[in-house]
Design a protein around this ligand. Sequence first.
Ligand SMILES: [Zn+2]
Length: 273
Amino acid sequence: MYIDSHCHLNHNRLLNIGGPDQVIANANAAGVDGMLSICCRISDEFPQILDLVSDRKNIWCTIATHPHEASDPAEKAVTQSDLVAMAKSHPKIIGIGESGLDYFYEHATREDQQDSFRKHLRACIETNLPVVVHARDADDDIIRIIREEGAGTNLTGVMHCFSSSRKMGEEALECGFYISFSGIVTFNKSQELRDFARDVPLDRILIETDAPYLAPEPFRGKINEPALVVHTARAVADTHKISAKDLAAKSRENFFRLFPRALDTFIADGEAA
Ligand SMILES: [Zn+2]
């Protein structure tokens, strides 16, 4: 059974393919029995996400401000202690994210993004929750800030939708972080990424869709959904010369090791929600 470690189940685009319940049913039918729905805005989106995940079986969520939103006054108004209190408020909240830095789009100023990233990392250390990191054209600052904030602490997390340089990936592994591969790893042009995936230890790999974005081959360009994570699993499994099933089992173990709070509300097959 597969776990999609990063998707956006409340995203409007999923309404075009039946909405969250249909998408979750499709995923379960494809052997995907766990999903982590990622928060991008605390001030307005978070309550909707929590509502969506709270009574659905093996669906969890995170809480944070996406780097694109870091200059928004309502997001900046959320203090570290607010964030810590919210993160502890429900057992289905199992991580802090989507955090990180994006200097490619730069929808928010670099200063606001860095402040927000540090606030998230400090909240992780305080709550013992892992961070979900979005990195684009900001590799050096991401690693520097993780090292500065994380030194001597229990800080851990995942580089989501990994498509950065090998150097950055290796540094993230050195920091104890996990690497999550998305549909990008299935794209024809992604040979360098597959070469890196082959060298990531099997006990540090997660798989994700980032649905509704980035559908894997052979569905590239369509609306993505968690059911399609099986295609990403196969591409990563091929690099390690193991079966997709074995890769699914490994990445599942990794998911629960990184997000142990998910086990508190995990419901095994056959049990009622
Ligand atoms: Zn995302």
